[in-house]
Ligand binder design. Structure first.
Ligand SMILES: [Zn+2]
Length: 329
C-alpha cells in the first residue's frame, strides 16, 4: 500500500513522504478539512508505512509481519478511535490510549493512533491527550482527523503538525469518480460540478437516486415557470414543499440549470453545458430567455440560499424566489 493511487492532496503527500524518507516523522499530526477530502485514507496509508518493518521509498513492503497484520486490520501497534453510538469522545477513551501508549510496540518501531472526528473529543479528553503530546514515548505517532481545526484546543494545536486538506478540482473529482464508478456513469460530470470540490459528496451524489429524481422533476417544472404556466407553478410550489429537506440540493440544481441557460444564450456553445445530458431541452428553453433575466434568476436563487442559512421562513423565501423567476420574462 502506498500513496500512488491517491488523487489530489499532492502537497500533503509530498510532505509526508519526505518526512518518511528523511526519517523525521513527528509525534502528533492534525489532518484538517471537510469530510470527503481523503484525510482518513491518507492517514491510514501513512500509518501503514510507519509500521512497516522494511518500508521502501515511502511505501509499505507488504510482506513483513507488521504489513500483513495491518492489512488484516489486526496489527496491535495500530489503533483507531472513532465515535460509535456516543456523541462525543470522552476522557475514558483517551485514558485507554494512554495506558496503551506506555506499552512498547510489538512488531514495529512505532505505534500509531488515529483519532477520527477529533473535534468530538470533549475538552477534558483533549486536555488528557495533551499529556501524551507533551511527553510522547519516542515510538508514538498520533494523527487527529478534524473537520474543523479551530474547534481543537489551542494547546493541542500548538503541539501538532497541521496539514490542511484542500478541495479537489473538477478534473480530480471526475477522475476519481470515473475510476470508482466506471466511465459510463452518466452522473459523473454533474456530480463533479455539484459537489463543491468534495469527492465524498460527489460519490454520494453520483450514487444517489434522490439526485436524479430531483433533477428530472425540476427540469420538467422549471421551463413552465418561466412561461408563467399556472399548473407548473402550483406543482413546483408543492414539490418544493415536499422536498424541504433537500432544499440545498434543489437550489444547487436550479442554479446550474439557469447557469446553463445563460451559457447557451451568451455563447451558443453546447459543449460548455454542465447538464450535458439535457442539451436539447436547454437549447430549446434558452431560445426564449434573455441574459440579464437569467442573471437575475441566478441571483434570486442565491438570495434564497442566504435567507435559509439565516433561518428565514422556508415557504416565504421560496415564494419570493418564484415571483422573481417569473417576473423577468
Ligand atoms: Zn512491511
Amino acid at each position: 500500500m502506498d500513496f500512488s493511487g491517491i488523487i489530489g492532496q499532492q502537497e500533503i503527500i509530498g510532505n509526508l513522504k519526505r518526512q518518511l524518507v528523511e526519517d523525521r516523522v513527528g509525534h502528533a499530526y492534525i489532518f484538517s478539512g471537510p469530510a470527503g477530502m481523503g484525510k482518513k485514507t491518507i492517514a491510514h496509508i501513512f500509518a501503514g508505512i510507519l509500521l512497516c518493518e522494511n518500508p521502501q521509498a515511502g511505501a509499505m513492503c507488504g510482506r513483513c509481519k507488521a504489513c500483513m497484520l495491518f492489512e488484516n486490520e489486526s496489527n496491535p501497534d495500530f489503533h483507531t478511535i472513532a465515535i460509535q453510538e456516543e456523541l462525543s469522545i470522552g476522557v475514558d477513551r483517551i485514558r485507554e490510549i494512554q495506558s496503551d501508549v506506555a506499552i512498547r510496540p510489538m512488531y514495529s518501531k512505532r505505534k500509531v493512533y488515529i483519532v477520527e472526528d477529533a473535534v468530538k473529543m470533549t475538552d477534558q479528553a483533549q486536555s488528557c491527550l495533551l499529556k501524551t503530546f507533551e511527553e510522547p514515548p519516542h515510538y508514538v505517532v498520533v494523527i487527529l482527523l478534524a473537520d474543523n481545526y479551530e474547534k481543537l484546543l489551542e494547546t493541542i494545536r500548538s503541539r501538532a503538525q497541521h496539514l490542511q486538506f484542500k478541495r479537489y478540482t473538477h478534473a480530480q473529482v471526475s477522475q476519481a469518480l470515473t475510476e470508482r464508478l466506471g466511465s459510463e456513469n452518466a452522473l459523473i460530470e454533474l456530480a463533479a460540478d455539484y459537489c463543491d470540490g468534495n469527492i465524498g459528496t460527489a460519490l454520494e451524489l453520483a450514487g444517489s437516486s434522490d439526485f436524479s429524481r430531483l433533477r428530472n422533476r425540476l427540469f420538467e417544472l422549471l421551463p413552465g415557470i418561466a412561461k408563467g404556466r399556472t399548473q407548473e407553478i402550483l406543482d413546483y410550489t408543492a414539490f418544493l414543499e415536499d422536498e424541504r429537506d433537500n432544499a440545498d440540493l434543489l437550489l444547487d440544481i436550479m442554479q446550474l440549470y439557469y447557469r446553463d441557460l445563460l451559457v447557451m444564450c451568451e455563447t451558443g456553445n453546447e459543449n460548455m453545458l454542465i447538464n450535458s445530458d439535457k442539451k436539447v431541452m436547454i437549447k430549446n428553453n434558452a431560445r426564449t430567455c434573455c441574459g440579464s433575466g437569467l442573471v437575475s434568476d441566478i441571483e434570486a436563487i442565491g438570495e434564497v440560499r442566504r435567507a435559509l442559512k439565516q433561518n428565514a421562513n422556508y415557504q416565504l423565501a421560496i415564494d419570493n424566489m418564484l415571483i422573481k423567476l417569473r417576473e423577468v420574462y
